[in-house]
Design a protein around this ligand. Sequence first.
Ligand SMILES: [Fe+2]
Length: 215
Amino acid sequence: MVHTLHPLPYTYTALEPHMDARTVEIHHTAHHNTYVTKLNAALADFPDRANLDLTALQHVLAGTSPAVINNAGGHYNHTLFWQNMGPVGSSNPAPFGELAAKIDEKFGSFETFKQQFTAAAVNRFASGWAFLTVKQDGTLEVHNTPGHENPLMDGIGTVHGVPILTCDVWEHAYYLKYQQRRPEFVENWWRIVNWDAVVSNYDNYAKNGQAVPFA
Ligand SMILES: [Fe+2]
């Protein structure tokens, strides 16, 4: 299959003022788009991976090439990132249902979870991602990854499972508005998390035992 850059589920201005329109547009049309283009080029050397959807592909990246791993991860992580954000007020303001209970069970409270996730995002050295992941034993984990690694990548990285929420902490995600102030970016990012989407990602895991399939 040919991987494609899908439109965002909202306009480029929709996340203002917490994520400015120019940043979102460049991030999507330049950065994310480049990962998609380079992924298609890099996959030409691995025809046995050519017919997998984007989510399935994450599981079989070990043993390919840095170009495939970096660009497949980049495409997947950005797709999840766009999906798990939305305009202020467009979703429930906090987790609910079984996910809310799981967060309380693991972290003690929603606030403590947010503090740990914020620390994972802020303390990631250089470029990378923060994740809330359902591990293979069904428990939740907050962690971060370097580059474009994600927990779906079997044999790569240290935490494995299904990511249900992610925050991009590459500088290109926030530099125009926040410059070097990553903590301020992450603090404001919480206002545009789409908890309906995150709960949906969790419920899909609970029902099917795997990540939502992204094309
Ligand atoms: Fe990014």
